[in-house]
Write a protein that binds this ligand. Structure first.
Ligand code: NAP
Length: 300
């Protein structure tokens, strides 16, 4: 039954992905569709709202985790030059036998590459070896970021990259950066979890028609214990018969934040995709909102 439901969702995702290129109704941009588990971006492309993060995964772990994700019906993968595993991501995508158009791969240029951005883009394309990059991000603000983004705009025009975005850009950084470039980013990826909620930044980004994606959704590798043992989150999890991780991920989705939990554990990867059979009430959302401490777990 679950397999049939998954097939239906994937078919709907592919169909709507094609349809959305023809017409992008402004009112639909950025709205999460929990049926197709996807969101319409401001350039007409559609992307999944739940995926897998690959930071700190070795080549072998990364290959196995991406393979598990794809087998379990997940279609969104986040990698970066800095994670040194783009090659493993690409190999797992190719070996999956799944149609390329169904899969959405994000990678990022690192500030050390902003000097030679064309070369950096070609390197990422060669390492991934999956034809094109679905979404290319600048990993952090840094010297030469405008020049790098302009090279990304050229790659976009050539079809090497389908969408552009930013990571670790906040309100001030966006206000400085956006007037200097031509193509509006479709997405900004920032640290977001119940202990660091970015309640001032998320609505600002969304008001620009840009989708928000959270990194460290579970608090970050090495920092998850306290969050996943949090009393409030566990009370809510118990009431729904789900795990603490699923509550945190679902809270993100209901705030309109795309999640890319990192994992090398097949059981966790499966669990992290299984977020659509329960709903957090307004009261439960408020209780999690009240956990904010402005506690950043990594600094960029
Ligand atoms: P995370 O997703 O917050 O947490 C990953 C940790 O949670 C791992 O230790 C994992 O262990 C554990 N975990 C995963 N699912 C679980 C579950 N269902 N139950 C219990 N534990 C679970 O941290 P992250 O992977 O560092 O961050 C997510 C992704 O964001 C990264 O992989 C990367 O793609 C991206 N990121 C981006 C930036 C940026 O600057 N743009 C920075 C950091 C990260 P197991 O392996 O045992 O499952």
């Amino acid at each position: 039954m679950k397999t049939l439901a998954r097939l239906l969702i994937l078919t709907t995702f592919c169909l709507s992905s094609v349809l959305s290129d023809a017409a992008t109704p402004a009112s639909e941009v950025g709205k999460f569709d929990f049926m197709t588990r996807s969101v319409l971006l401001n350039n007409g492309h559609r992307m999944p709202i739940v995926g897998l993060g690959t930071y700190s995964l070795s080549d072998e772990q990364c290959y196995n985790s991406v393979t598990t994700l794809l087998k379990e019906g997940g279609r969104l993968i986040d990698t970066a030059f800095m994670y040194h595993n783009e090659e493993a991501v690409g190999r797992a995508v190719r070996d999956s036998g799944i149609d390329r158009s169904e899969i959405f791969v994000i990678t990022k240029l690192y500030p050390t590459q902003y000097d030679e951005p064309q070369q950096a883009i070609e390197d990422a394309l060669a390492k991934l070896d999956i034809g094109y990059i679905d979404l290319l991000l600048l990993h952090h603000p840094g010297e030469g970021d405008v020049k790098a983004y302009k090279a990304m705009e050229q790659a976009l025009a050539l079809g090497k990259v389908k969408s552009l975005g930013l990571s670790n850009w906040y309100v001030k950084e966006l206000k400085d950066f956006l007037p200097k470039v031509s193509v509006k980013p479709v997405l900004v990826q920032n640290e977001i979890h119940p202990y660091y909620q970015e309640n001032d930044v998320i609505p600002y980004i969304q008001s620009l028609g840009i989708v928000v994606q959270g990194w460290y959704p579970l608090g970050g590798r090495g920092h998850t214990k306290e969050l996943l043992e949090d009393k409030v989150i566990n009370e809510i999890a118990k009431d729904h018969g789900v795990s603490a991780a699923q509550v945190v991920l679902r809270w993100n989705l209901q705030k309109g934040v795309i999640v890319i939990p990192g994992s090398s554990n097949p059981l966790h990867i499966r669990e992290n995709l299984d977020l659509f059979d329960f709903y957090l009430t307004d009261e439960e959302m408020s209780r999690i909102n009240a956990l904010d401490r402005g506690e950043k777990h990594d600094w960029y």
